[in-house]
Design a protein around this ligand. Structure first.
Ligand code: LER
Length: 282
């Protein structure tokens, strides 16, 4: 099992001057740094690749879906921005040799409304149409797209594994799979290990192993042994990454409802979280 830490644990947005972070991530013992792409133009991707190569650190790429990056929006301009953003991130992932690009691909984080069934059907149709298109691009770039359910406070569109499976099956494309974030699952799933088994090896492409309060893994009330056993049982071969927020931007804090520090420090969270993962998966 490979373990990773998201740049979100320390920074938002991540930009070129933050590259020295990689040395710390490697020093803690991580195999992967997960780079959250808030603004791709702030990042010198050649330098990122070289720095990670020098450290023998792998890269995964994750999305940050602000209000305009929304492939299910009623505003066609936002649907285009969402599609372009996903396409850019697929190309970045390919360039950084990340096997996946994951996140709530279907909508903007923090978009929670009450809308008619008819509007929901229309939004889903737009979403499915674009997921088809970007899955083709992902396939040609050799990247797997991971669609991540978010909890009810962060989206009204895909909260559960069943809803994610329904979209993924409707798109029915070999390059579209599922990312499971255990923080969101803890709020929405009745039984996380059963949900992991339900997704199965074929469709689970990435795991964000976050604690029940999004603090340090191992310090909350997630049923970690059950989660580990289910991952082993399905033969999961992807990564397990911590994605939580040390210093979220105002927009991200608002969208992901982060109102207080989630650990004593980002470094402590990353170091102790990895120690816990290693003991758990030993
Ligand atoms: C995305 O991976 C996520 O988990 C959200 O809570 C915030 O972007």
């Amino acid at each position: 099992m490979l373990f990773g830490a998201s740049t979100f644990i320390w920074f938002s947005p991540f930009y070129t001057a933050n590259i020295p972070l990689f040395e710390k991530v490697k020093g803690f013992g991580y195999d992967i740094v997960e780079i959250a792409v808030e603004d791709k133009t702030l990042i010198d991707w050649k330098l990122v690749k070289q720095a990670c190569r020098d450290l023998d650190l792998k890269i995964t790429i994750s999305g940050a879906f602000g209000p305009e990056r929304d492939i299910s929006s009623t505003d066609p301009a936002n649907r285009k921005i969402g599609r372009d953003y996903i396409t850019d991130c697929i190309r970045i992932a390919a360039e950084m040799e990340s096997p996946v690009f994951g996140g709530p691909l279907y909508s903007a984080v923090g978009k929670t409304r009450i809308v008619s069934e008819e509007q929901k059907r229309q939004e889903r149709a737009w979403c499915i149409e674009t997921l088809h298109e970007v899955s083709d691009i992902a396939k040609s770039e050799g990247v797997t797209l991971g669609l991540e359910p978010l909890n009810r406070f962060e989206t009204d569109m895909v909260n559960t594994v069943d809803q994610a499976l329904s979209i993924v099956r409707e798109v029915s494309h070999s390059s579209l799979k599922i990312v499971l974030d255990t923080f969101h699952s803890n709020i929405e799933e009745k039984d996380i290990p059963a949900s992991i088994r339900k997704i199965g090896k074929e469709l689970l492409c990435h795991v964000q192993g976050n604690e029940s309060d999004r603090g340090t893994p191992g310090t909350g009330h997630l049923e970690w042994e059950g989660i580990r056993d289910a991952l082993k049982e399905i033969g999961y071969e992807g990564a397990v990454v911590i994605e939580t927020f040390g210093q979220p931007s105002k927009e991200l804090a608002r969208a992901a409802c982060i109102w207080r520090p989630l650990a004593n420090s980002a470094d402590e969270l990353a170091e102790e979280g990895l120690r816990f993962y290693k003991e758990l998966f030993m």
